[in-house]
Design a protein around this ligand. Sequence first.
Ligand SMILES: [Zn+2]
Length: 428
Amino acid sequence: VSEINKNKIFQFIEDLFPLCRSITGSATRKTLKYIQDYVPIELFSVPSGMQVFDWTVPEEWNISDAFIKDMDGNKIVDFNENNLHVLNYSRSIHETMRLEKLKKHIYTMPEHPEWIPYRTSYYEKNWGFCMRHSNFEQLNEGEYEVKIDSNLESGKLNYGELYIDGESEQEVLFSTYICHPSMCNDNLTGPAILTFLAKNLLEKDELKYNYRFLFIPETIGAITWLSQNEDKIDNIKGGLVATCLGDEGDFTYKKTRSGESYIDKVSLKTLKDLNFDYEVMDFFPWGSDERQYSSPAFQLDMGSIMKTPYGQFPEYHTSADNLEFISSDSLYSSLEAYLKFVKILENDKFLINTNPKCEPNLGDRGLYDKIGAAKDSNKQKHAIFWLLNLSDGSNSLLDIAMLADMDFEYICETAKVLAGKGLLSAKE
Ligand SMILES: [Zn+2]
């Protein structure tokens, strides 16, 4: 990853930041089209009213303007200043009303009086405004002109999908959501990292696994995708849900449902080998779309490599989760983690010791010559011993790297040397 890419990831988020996304609507389509400028995702849509498992695809929501004006004509709240000001999925309204009535439709955050909270009402018809508590407190008794120019009618739910073909039958799933309005860590960092990861994978000549990338509205999108693609589930080895990847906090790994899946091993080794500080969270059945993918009928091993998780930073779901809250350095380290995750997946394999009766004579094979500077010689010797001892067909290179407590890449390099001498061969 070059320095140029580092700024490009941030640019991606900056470009998409102003759009008032939701689980449906034109801003969400624009977001998907924007991603197509980078990678050739295929766009899909399903109609409002369609039944997807226990859910119904909602009506499509679009909004052009919203405000609250006092009787002097001053805009107290203006959608054009920040799209979080409107309760996402608000029905339209144009009415003059007393403060008493208006208050019932206003949401604020007294604990952070300068932040605008993010609220939604997808499945219950409602209207509302979200305000800075400091402004709310200054509202005088009297009448206000309230207008929300939105449109809720039968339309479509859109999502994007990219499939990259590899050699094996098995596929790895990367999923992120595209439904939040102007907020960064949750959620534009997820689409940004997956877009640049996909771009990188598309440039590779060959891949072991197939990779599927989903850019979907959270919850209803995952439910919709699963309902349309049940035949694909059996081939999915597992994967990651990408969210909260741009703040300055340490990494967090949220484990898969089983807690001891292959995806967990790869993820934890990824963070360890990159020398990142990280915390580990056991699986819990809320959060993001991992809860749909790992529901009882599917049980996909979906983990989540994140920075500070949703709900654990005060700026979460507020106007303070903005472009200042994330950094290009943090985004860059997240992309590094996702690239490393793929690198381990792609290079992990089972090898067999071809000379399993005691140790082979390493000196005769010139292997001690391969051992370079004296300070490294013990390390390489140990790597050789670990590989020869454990390559009985039941341990993969990743298992060996973990047991040896050595970098996965170092174990791979040493395995190549041993394979070159005929001491390791591919497991049939
Ligand atoms: Zn969220």
